[in-house]
Ligand binder design. Structure first.
Ligand SMILES: *[C@@H]1O[C@H](CO)[C@@H](O)[C@H](O)[C@H]1NC(C)=O
Ligand SMILES: *[C@@H]1O[C@H](CO)[C@@H](O)[C@H](O)[C@H]1NC(C)=O
Length: 485
């Protein structure tokens, strides 16, 4: 059945770019690139006549009239939003920032009198030439256009969308944000989030230098407040999910057969399509892949008509996922069922962003027993695709998981983060036994699963579609500039 036939996708401009971007972002292997090409990138993007130049002219001019060049300046709109983020890096903040920019740009294009001009600058992370070169031309054009949009300092809302260590003065080498410290701009906003139960004190101090701190969920409103961020500065600004791109009626499911390598279990001769669980994550402990394997392999065996597909990519250098899985299973206390292990496939090849909706659609359920998420983008993408999702009811996802639209996994408690920058913080331990129950229930009770999936899409469209999120941001910005008038 070709579901595309009756429905001409009526996609706003940002859709195409957003899709390419996300994959590029999520599944690009970030490689070190040679300096010459980096330099080229910097000279095409970073060193164009831009905001920094008007800023430095402003800073170095004598207090004479017209410190800012007049050319290109249009009286309308009055305000400017300068969004500074790792636009050229790929990675989580990069794709998030692009999703906001594309939503805001598309919204602006539809307005007769946009409330603000939009400008962007790269900040917060190394540029990645492969990432930039992998972007579609219209997206690069947009980046350059927005980058070259000039703003008056006193009419600019600067959004620093990055890890607070990059905020002025930065703890590592990056364009600082705000570009020349606090006080020159109309308003400065920090946009960040964390995956654990708290914000460390260095980050708290940095947040408190901002006029506003935007976080994506109520979980973060709480953890930031409890950690000492000034509650009058904190605002919840949710993240958009491109529900026109992630639309189950727009695409046909992908054929998973050629995509996954079988890591555990055997295919058998049965040609029926099994019930497919899909999980999408970066290979790191935080994502709870150990919990997922344990629950799935304890609940199911070879005789069950199910398969688990893992779309994963490397975190740091570890990328031999198949061996990791086999090693984990062999060194665990799990006993091989008499009829053999249930099937697990790993998809470790690049799935182009344009194919992601088709990948989700090939699954019957999405599962991610994560220990902590800022937002949980694959979860909301799966929900926009009307999949029933099973995901941990803790941290970012509590913003959108409900009993009606998903299968929230209860947690058994919190545990201490043992390594990395958040060592000593707490995150959640999802309950393996509850996950087993939910992974059984979604297979046994298809009508319920379908109903939850349908509700999931409704909720995603209603709350997180780009237009809705853009409107929310603009309302908030209007409020901000009024307050700071
Ligand atoms: C910004 O500064 C310019 C002069 O530098 C002034 O004409 C304008 O009114 C100021 N705008 C705001 C919003 O303060
Ligand atoms: C999810 O957790 C929240 C507390 O963080 C709780 O209020 C809610 O009832 C939980 N939802 C489910 C479905 O367990």
């Amino acid at each position: 059945m070709d579901r595309d036939e009756n429905r001409k996708p009526n996609k706003p401009i940002y859709l195409f770019p957003i899709l390419i971007l996300f994959l590029a972002v999520s599944f690009t292997i970030i490689t070190r690139t040679n300096l010459c090409r980096i330099y080229l990138l910097k000279s095409t993007f970073l060193h164009r006549p831009n905001f920094f130049q008007s800023l430095s002219k402003f800073l170095h001019s004598n207090p004479n009239p017209n410190p800012i060049p007049k050319q290109n300046e249009i009286a309308e709109p009055n305000y400017c939003v300068l969004w500074m983020a790792p636009f050229l890096s790929g990675g989580g903040y990069s794709s998030e920032a692009w999703s906001y920019i594309l939503a805001l740009n598309s919204h602006n294009k539809k307005q007769k009198n946009p409330f603000f001009k939009l400008s962007i600058d790269h900040h917060g992370d190394q540029e990645n030439v492969e990432f930039w070169e992998g972007l579609p031309q219209e997206m690069r054009d947009l980046a350059i256009e927005l980058h070259n949009t000039e703003c008056r300092l006193n009419q600019t809302v600067v959004v620093c969308h990055s890890e607070p260590g990059g905020w002025y003065p930065p703890l590592f080498q990056t364009h600082p944000c705000p570009p020349a410290g606090y006080g020159l701009f109309k308003v400065v906003v920090g946009r960040t989030m964390f995956e654990t139960d708290r914000v460390n004190s260095e980050h708290v101090n940095r947040c408190n230098k901002m006029d506003y701190v935007w976080v994506p969920t109520d979980f973060h409103v709480d953890t930031f407040t409890q950690s000492g961020v000034d509650p009058t500065k904190i605002r919840k600004i949710v993240q958009p999910v491109d529900s026109d791109f992630f639309d189950p009626f727009r695409v046909d499911p992908m054929d998973l057969d050629p995509l996954g390598s079988l890591v555990l279990g055997s295919k058998g001769s049965d040609s029926r399509k099994p019930f497919v669980f899909l999980s999408v994550f970066k290979w790191e402990y935080r994502k709870g892949w150990d919990v997922l394997l344990r629950a799935y392999l304890k609940e199911y065996s070879s005789g069950d008509d199910v398969a688990l597909y893992l779309l994963t990519n490397a975190y740091h250098s570890e990328n031999d996922f198949s061996n990791n899985i086999v090693d984990f299973v062999e060194s665990s206390d799990m006993e091989k069922p008499s009829d053999g292990w249930a099937k697990i496939y790993v998809i470790d090849q690049h799935v182009p962003q344009v194919d992601l909706p088709r990948l989700y659609l090939a699954a019957d359920a999405f599962v991610l027993p994560t220990r902590g998420e800022g937002w949980g983008r694959p979860i909301v993408e799966a929900m926009a695709m009307s999949l029933p999702v099973i995901a941990t009811n803790w941290s970012g996802p509590t913003e959108y998981l409900t009993e009606e639209n998903s299968y929230p996994i209860p947690i058994v408690g919190v545990s201490e983060v043992e390594q990395g920058p958040f060592k000593g913080h707490l995150w959640a331990e999802p309950c393996v036994d509850q996950l087993r129950i939910l992974m059984r229930r979604v297979v046994m009770n298809r009508d319920e699963a379908r109903a939850k999936g349908a509700k999931a899409r409704l909720d995603m469209v209603r709350r997180f579609s780009p237009e809705i999120v853009a409107e929310g941001i603009i309302d908030h910005l209007q409020g901000i500039v009024d307050v700071f008038h």
